[in-house]
Write a protein that binds this ligand. Structure first.
Ligand code: CMP
Length: 146
């Protein structure tokens, strides 16, 4: 079994239809170990998106992620990281729309920054991101979870 961090971005929380559709999709595909609404502070954003610091979109991304509450999940399933990333689709919404029109980002993404959702890109990223957004979550030994 594998776990991952999934994050729904602020504009999705302002769209109750989108939020419900995505929650249903998640519930049908994963075991939800934890979930909560989370307000991304400047400090959380800096830690969460540290690898993007200095990139041209960093300030825009950080401002957007603090524009309203997000919804975070710890998900578990076989091949959880790849499975959630497949459901999200490509980072860039225009690519998502043309290549995978039914993926979450094609349906609910508005721009490359406001691309509806986030998912960890590796096991180590999942552990790092879960520790930032769910500091109280106890990660079981790698052979049990990841
Ligand atoms: P996310 O999965 O949250 O991880 C990093 C985020 O940076 C990404 O989704 C987008 O929101 C944002 N991002 C990545 N590339 C670009 C880009 N070229 N222009 C604007 N935002 C981007």
């Amino acid at each position: 079994m594998e776990i991952t961090l999934a994050l729904l971005k602020p504009h999705v929380l302002r769209n109750s239809y989108a939020l419900q559709q995505i929650k249903t999709l998640i519930g049908n595909n994963f075991t939800i170990l934890e979930s909560k609404e989370v307000c991304i502070t400047k400090e959380l954003s800096e830690r969460f998106y540290a690898e993007h610091k200095g990139k041209f979109f960093y300030h825009r991304l950080s401002t957007f992620m603090r524009s309203g509450p997000c919804y975070a999940f710890i998900l578990e399933s076989e091949s959880c990281i790849a499975k959630w990333r497949h459901l999200m689709g490509p980072t860039k919404v225009f690519k998502a729309v043309y290549s995978e029109p039914n993926c979450i980002r094609a349906l609910y993404g508005l721009s490359d920054t406001r691309n509806a959702c986030h998912g960890s890109d590796s096991e180590s990223s999942a552990l790092r991101e879960i520790a930032i957004l769910f500091p109280e979550f106890k990660i079981r030994k790698p052979d049990k979870h990841i």
